[in-house]
Unconditional design. Structure first.
Length: 89
């Protein structure tokens, strides 16, 4: 989820840090802003990887089962859904 944002921030930060010659514009140091963007990009990528692993491994995996059938007595459709232990479908 955050991998795309992280890559974008790293690219923008690298451009601000290494490709622009002006050291400051209007009292703002562009190289410092570039380093901050690159660090934020790395943190966004790491956060995305940690959250993905936590959902897949520590959560015990994800399983769901959905069954549909017709009730023979009334002829109405019945949907049954099994949820995991966190209450998610």
């Amino acid at each position: 989820m955050y991998i795309g944002l992280g890559i974008f921030l790293i690219v923008v930060g690298a451009i601000l840090t290494f490709a622009i010659d002006a050291s400051s514009v209007g009292g703002v140091d562009l190289q410092t802003i570039g380093w901050i963007c690159m660090i934020a990009g790395v943190l966004a990528i790491l956060l995305s990887l940690v959250l993905t692993n936590r959902r897949g491994v520590a959560g015990g995996g994800y399983s769901a089962r959905r069954v549909s059938h017709s009730d023979p007595a009334t002829g109405t459709r019945v949907d049954e859904v099994d949820v995991d232990r966190d209450g998610r479908v």
